[in-house]
Structure formats: C-alpha cells, structure tokens
Design a protein around this ligand. Structure first.
Ligand SMILES: [Zn+2]
Length: 325
C-alpha cells in the first residue's frame, strides 16, 4: 500500500452516511456505509462517525493527513459549525469539526455537500481539465457548487452556490426556504413529482404510479414522457426550462467551461440532457453557447466522499482553462 498521504472522506448528505479512505489520486482504498439515524440526535451520529473513521484508519492511522466531511448545509465551513439543516433535524449550531477533531486527534475540514461533490467531480470526475466548472445537482432539492479559476468558491460566509434558491419566477410556488419561485420549488425531483400528481387524470403518469406503489414520483413522469404522454412532456419541458434559466444566469456571470449535472434526476439523462441543451441554446448569448459544455456527472454517489477527502490535497494546483485534455 502506498505510504504517501491518505485522507478520509465522509458524506453526510445522502440517505446513509458514506465514508472512504482515499489516496491523493482519488483511489478509494476502503469504504464504509452506515445508517444516519438522525433521530438519535447529533451526539449519537458523532459517536458513530468517530467509530467509522477509526475503522477506516485502522492500521494506517499515521499516514492519514486529514479528514474531510461533506454535510448538508447551511453550515460555516470556516468555523466548522453546522447550523440547522432541513436534512439533519434536531441539529442546531453543532460544532461538528471541533467535536471530531477533539475525539480523533486529526485535523478535520467541513464542507457543504454540494460544494464537496463539485470539488470531487472537478478533481477526479467529469469536471477535469476546465478552470471554471459549475456542478449542478438535481434530486429532492436543487444545489450547486462553483469551481472558479481552479478554486472551490465559498463566498464571504461560505454560503455561496445556492442556485436552488435563486428566484426564477417571482410569482412561482412557495419554497421550503419560506420564499416563492425558487428554482428548487420549480425544478427539483420533488417539484416534478408534485406536478405529476396534479396532471390530467388521463395521463399515463397515474397508471405508471399505480403499478408502482401508488405515489407519483419524478421517475414516473420521465417514464410517461418516454411513452409520448403529452402531459408529462409539458411538465418536463417546463421544469427543464426553469433549470436552463437558472443555469444560463450562472453561465453569463461565471463563464464556466463545463456544467456537470448530477443527482437522482440526472439518471433520466436520456430525456434531460437534449432538452436542457435545447433550452440553453435559447437562453444563452451567442459566445456562451459554444464555450460551455453540459455533461453528466461521472462519480455518482462517490463525488461527496472523494471531494471531501480532496479538500486536503492540492487545492492550490490550478488547471489552466483551455488546456488540452
Ligand atoms: Zn427557496
């Protein structure tokens, strides 16, 4: 086994906690997965995190240079405090980094989960060889991470990249954040499912859902779209239009070479990508159409653990924009 530095990446953002022991080239040497059991409160989760990290480091502890943790936000990655994420109920201002460092005796970095996934895709996945890349995740929510000129961009308070809460229709539906018309309220998997539920009774969305547990999910809407269902087509076209509006705003501001799209909804890429490209061509100013490529994420569920571990490596090593692949 390599005796160069090793790193531990933890992703609290999924349905389970995922952990990995990673080398600096992004190879995963060991993995661990465990139930989050948020209902037991932060202390119990921290106990199990410490146990898992110890297990990952077993026998190689002296070569582990650092631990990176990707957590649902809002959080402050500089102070290492997790505020009160909707996905971690019962967590209020938890000093996660300090708690882990005290128990492990190893330095820990904390990062927002979309940012960590963005960094993972940039370092080891679909975003390589571009100086400026935007990672978009569309699942139950909509999130993004910005890599600008080779660096993960966090902003003044490390809150940057909340594309899901940019407003794309001021008259739009209410959002979980308390405002209305956010991209997340219009174009997440949850939003697609909601529109599917209220689709015309004749739509095959309902029969597909009935055969599959009864509750309409985003995947039923995509399935109906593939079968040529006009109601599903309206829903998907409208959703993708809002995604394109949100993305085109970011593209005009940041001039990324790549948009990397991940998250559960991107599994319907056969439908999503051609439509997204078509809508972006409509909303982008001419020079941006040629310079920004939209591609699927490459790392799947590993983006978070790899990105979290890679927070420790060569953050300063920049890839020159336009460098040939
Ligand atoms: Zn919102």
């Amino acid at each position: 086994m390599t005796m160069k530095g090793l790193y531990v990446g933890i992703d609290l953002g999924g349905t389970k906690i995922a952990g990995a022991l990673v080398d600096r080239d992004g190879s995963i040497l060991r993995r661990i997965r465990l139930e989050t059991r948020v209902e037991q409160g932060p202390q119990a989760v921290i106990d199990r995190l410490v146990e898992s990290i110890d297990q990952l480091m077993d026998g190689v502890r002296s070569t582990v240079k650092g631990v990176g943790v990707a957590s649902p936000g809002p959080l402050d990655s500089r102070s290492g405090v997790v505020f009160s994420p909707p996905n971690l109920p019962g967590w209020v201002n938890v000093p996660l980094r300090q708690a882990l460092e005290d128990r492990l005796g190893i330095p820990v970095k904390l990062e927002n989960d979309a940012n960590a996934a963005a960094w993972g895709e940039y370092r080891f996945g679909a975003g390589q060889r571009k100086g400026t890349m935007i990672y978009l995740t569309v699942s139950t929510g909509v999130g993004s991470g910005l890599v600008l000129d080779g660096r993960l961009f966090r902003g003044e308070n490390t809150f940057a990249g909340e594309i899901g809460h940019t407003i794309v229709d001021p008259e739009g539906p209410p959002c979980g954040c308390g405002r209305q018309g956010c991209l997340e309220a219009l174009a997440s998997g949850t939003a697609i499912a909601k529109l599917g539920q209220t689709a015309d009774p004749s739509s095959s969305i309902h029969s597909l859902a009935a055969e599959d547990g009864g509750v309409v999910r985003a995947e039923h809407v995509f399935q109906a779209y593939r079968m040529g269902d006009a109601h599903a087509e309206n829903i998907i076209r409208q959703t993708v239009r809002y995604l394109a509006i949100g993305l085109s705003n970011l593209i005009h501001i940041f001039n990324p070479g790549k948009i990397v799209v991940g998250g559960g909804v991107s599994r319907a890429g056969d439908v999503l990508f051609p439509l997204l490209q078509e809508q972006l061509d409509r909303y982008l100013m001419a020079p941006f159409r040629e310079t920004c490529e939209v591609v699927p994420a490459a790392l799947g569920e590993d983006a978070g653990v790899l990105g979290a571990a890679a927070l420790w490596t060569d953050c300063g090593q920049q890839v020159v924009a336009g460098e040939p692949a």
